[in-house]
Ligand binder design. Structure first.
Ligand code: NAD
Length: 428
């Protein structure tokens, strides 16, 4: 029987086990790294606009902080689970490690649907999240950041609550802040741009000119939009994007064979990255089922929505023309699908390498906030490009030298660095 539900933490642990086998890690180190070091589960009561109190479930999971303070997003999602948070925290440990920045990995969130929360309720939820976890996070222990359905305003409310409680200014407590309030130039673009920097390097290796390529993207949020913007500037053409439709509770793909217009689609999308299907059709986009983005006759696929989207069932629908898949989302490919992809000719740029631009720029933001001195956009993008390119080249060189897939190479490099830090500290 084929699986119909996927647990992202199982995927993350399977990937880790494989890396641990390749590295021949000892039993204790395996046991230690296979699970998060700390988990906090809590409830957040919020006085809603209708005068009733609603209790939300909140989490923070710190997978590992051997290489530096933990760092990770906060996701607001109705379908969030503790296992999603565990998986994201583990992937973040490998991400900061492969990017070679002095941070560990964490993740957190609240089970909620911001589509149905007023601004006032969202503010209370953000402040409530901080009140419950204030003792266990901070600029030198665990630094939160935005993720799905959280944004700069949420981060600012959280920062304000943290500073009010502690009675001092700690701009380095959180990243993804509004630029005028201590955010970094370029943070908004960093993840999507980083994805395309890795695509640029992969195209170079495959001797393909970007201007001769077509791409299809899953998602139309922060990562997808910025990836599309830079890819278009490199000369490529995106012919399909997909997004979640909140009214119909399913996803749709929007296809335009002669290339999508990014600004036009942005103008008919909501702040959560959902595209208005009626308006899109009026503008000449063909409305297709949610999974159609995967079946496009393109050179590059960019899953940039959510985890577990490429599965054993749909992986066979990927068009034979596809040469590169750059995983913008965290964990978009299940273990079973990844095995099948390894047998194909598709060059996979694994998630924690492809989307590391976000945490790299968050690290830059933290450094700037702690110094209280800020860089201009060109300086940020220059440093981002250098870090992403160097991470990509290290993984690519290692993969060729050891005849490993890019995912296995990235895992071996990053797990090894973290294991070494744990050994050096005398933890295991
Ligand atoms: P976002 O909330 O801005 O956008 C998410 C997009 O995905 C929206 O357009 C939504 O409509 C779409 N979507 C959701 N479910 C879908 C489905 N089943 N099919 C098609 N589309 C669907 O989120 P984001 O910040 O762009 O993050 C996207 C992914 O990238 C997530 O996996 C996130 O963890 C990862 N990521 C984000 C960052 C960052 O800096 N934002 C950094 C690293 C990784």
């Amino acid at each position: 029987m084929k699986k119909t539900t996927y647990n992202p933490f199982e995927t993350a642990q399977n990937q880790f086990d494989h890396a641990a086998d390749l590295l021949e890690l000892d039993h204790a180190t395996r046991d230690f790294l296979r699970n998060p070091m700390r988990e906090y589960h809590f409830t957040i009561p919020v006085l809603m606009d209708d005068g009733k109190v609603k209790v939300f479930k909140g989490y923070r999971v710190q997978h590992n902080d051997a290489r530096g303070p933990a760092k990770g997003g906060i996701r607001f999602h109705p379908l969030g689970t503790i296992d999603t948070v565990r998986a994201l925290s583990m992937w973040m440990t490998w991400k900061t490690s492969v990017a070679d920045i002095p941070l560990g990995g964490s993740n957190g969130g609240v089970i909620c649907d911001p589509h149905h929360l007023s601004r006032n309720e969202q503010e209370k939820l953000c402040r409530g999240w901080v009140r419950q976890i204030v003792k266990n996070v901070g600029p030198f222990s665990d630094i939160p950041a935005p993720d799905i359905m959280t944004n700069a305003q949420h981060m600012l409310w959280m920062l304000d609550e943290y500073e009010v409680i502690l009675g001092k200014r700690y701009p380095g407590f959180i990243t993804g802040k509004p630029i005028e309030m201590g955010g970094s130039q370029g943070r908004r673009e960093a993840t999507g741009y980083g994805v395309i920097i890795t695509v640029r390097e992969a195209l170079k290796e495959l001797a393909i000119k970007p201007e001769n390529t077509l791409a299809s993207v899953q998602g139309f949020g922060n990562v997808a939009r910025n990836a599309i913007e830079l890819y278009h500037r490199m000369g490529g053409k995106v012919i399909c994007v997909s997004s979640w439709d909140e009214n119909d509770h399913c996803s749709y793909s929007f296809q335009k064979k002669d290339g999508i217009d990014l600004n036009e689609l942005k103008s008919i999308a909501d702040s959560f990255g959902g595209i208005d299907k009626m308006k899109a059709q009026e503008l000449g986009y063909e409305l297709l089922p949610g999974e159609a983005w995967l079946e496009q006759e393109v050179d590059i696929l960019i899953p940039a929505a959510i985890e577990n989207q490429i599965t054993e069932e749909n992986v066979k629908k990927i068009n034979r023309r596809v040469k590169i898949m750059a995983e913008g989302a965290n964990g978009p490919t299940t273990t079973e699908a990844d095995k099948l992809l390894k047998e194909s000719d598709i060059f996979i740029i694994p998630d924690f390498l492809a989307n590391a631009g976000g945490v790299i720029c968050s690290y830059f933001e933290q450094v700037q906030s702690n110094m209280n001195y800020y860089w201009d956009k060109d300086e940020v993008f220059g440093k981002l490009d250098a870090k992403m390119t160097s991470a990509y080249i290290s993984v690519s060189d290692f993969s060729k030298a050891n005849e490993l897939s890019m995912r296995d190479a990235a895992y071996v490099i990053s797990v090894n660095r973290v294991a070494q830090a744990c050994h050096d500290r005398g933890w295991v």
